[in-house]
Design a binder for this molecule. Structure first.
Ligand SMILES: [Fe+2]
Ligand SMILES: [Fe+2]
Length: 240
């Protein structure tokens, strides 16, 4: 495996000795969807991603101490939400006989985000790209969990969806406010941040980018306008 470009990828967030941390998607276990362990591996991977969401918000709170108080409060609340999500996924995972650390994990979101040096850029990538793609995925998974009679997972996803909508909604508001306050330079930084993350994401995903149908109604609720909903299908910063 060749080392990842340090311009695009910072160091990963720390994981204790239980975890095997990989760099790219191809190094994960990649069970086919009908494999008996596929669901359990998903729950483990999602648990780790929720921890990453928490770590990213906490990191941005520390990195941007002068950001407006209201957006800092939103980020602090998001830390709390992501911590609850991690616990909920762990519970569902362990209820299915899983042992924490059983499958490899990635910390690609943290590695990509910490190479973006503006708060607007981080909110655009973490909340408006990764989490908004998460809304499409949760919407899709929720229907599957209900069909399969997995009521604990369905309940978890419903609660998570409500929280993720708020994370995307506040980012939609604050990316605009921060860019408007920062002038032309801020618009340029924003475009560069999104392009950089997109480039990094293509390296992580390889040819494994999976996208779900755009949950248009939910995205509207999360503050995207009609143009943004139409163009989202062209982005590659999608959920793996
Ligand atoms: Fe979450
Ligand atoms: Fe979130």
């Amino acid at each position: 495996v060749t080392a990842l470009d340090p311009q695009l990828f910072g160091p990963g967030s720390a994981r204790d000795a239980r975890f095997q941390v990989k760099d790219v998607w191809a190094e994960m276990v990649n069970f086919p969807p009908d494999h008996p362990e596929a669901n359990r591996e998903f729950l483990h991977r999602q648990m780790n991603e929720e921890v990453e969401g928490l770590e990213l918000c906490a990191r941005s709170l520390a990195d941007f101490p002068d950001a407006p108080w209201e957006v800092r409060m939103e980020m602090a609340r998001q830390c709390w939400d992501e911590a609850r999500h991690a616990v909920a996924f762990r519970r569902a995972f362990e209820a299915r006989g899983g042992i924490v650390g059983q499958y490899p994990v990635l910390t690609f979101q943290y590695r990509i985000l910490t190479r973006i040096d503006t708060l607007a850029g981080r909110l655009a990538v973490q909340n408006r790209s990764f989490e908004a793609a998460g809304i499409d995925a949760i919407h899709h998974d929720l229907a599957l969990a209900r069909q399969a009679g997995e009521s604990d997972v369905a309940e978890l996803l419903e609660a998570q969806l409500a929280d993720e909508l708020q994370h995307v909604r506040y980012a939609n508001r604050w990316v605009k406010e921060l860019v408007a306050a920062g002038g032309p330079r801020a618009s340029f930084d924003l475009v560069r941040a999104v392009a950089q993350a997109d480039q990094a994401m293509r390296i992580v995903a390889g040819d494994a980018v999976v996208s779900f149908p755009v949950a248009e109604e939910l995205r509207r609720e999360a503050g995207f306008d009609e143009d943004e909903i139409r163009t989202v299908a062209q982005l590659t910063t999608r959920r793996l």
